[in-house]
Design a protein around this ligand. Sequence first.
Ligand code: FES
Ligand code: FES
Length: 156
Amino acid sequence: MAVIELTVNGRKQRTDAPPGLMLLDLLRDSLGLTGAKPGCGEGACGACTVLLDGRPVKSCITPAASARGKTVVTIEGLAPEGGLHPVQQAFLETEAYQCGYCTPGMILAAAALLDRTPRPADAAIRQALEGHICRCGSYPRIVEAVRLAAREARRD
Ligand code: FES
Ligand code: FES
């Protein structure tokens, strides 16, 4: 059993990790952060997406050991407590979800996109969300939400 130290949502964590443990299981089972969702389990649906040193990763196929010493942000920590990230606010305003299962991964991928590309073209939005499956088919409103978040961020 290895010990892994990492920073999750701004807090240092130290936790046991058996060999082969994936980051998704560490977050959900060891740290109780259930915002990242288990879906396909093979990197194909995006439901489990978190940010690892600012970049979106599919946590179901990311070994927990690879997060050692790094910074992880989950949907629970994207905005300061009690607040909403601009992408979360935009998802609410455009009702860019139905069941919400894909939503945490979509929001984190979009937030990472806007961090590096504040004025994304639609093609860039679609590319950032590639590999994120919405079984409810909310894609048009999801893209609209990202456009809205980008517009609102530019007004600040
Ligand atoms: S559960 Fe990780 S990509 Fe589908
Ligand atoms: S809102 Fe249901 S899977 Fe996307």
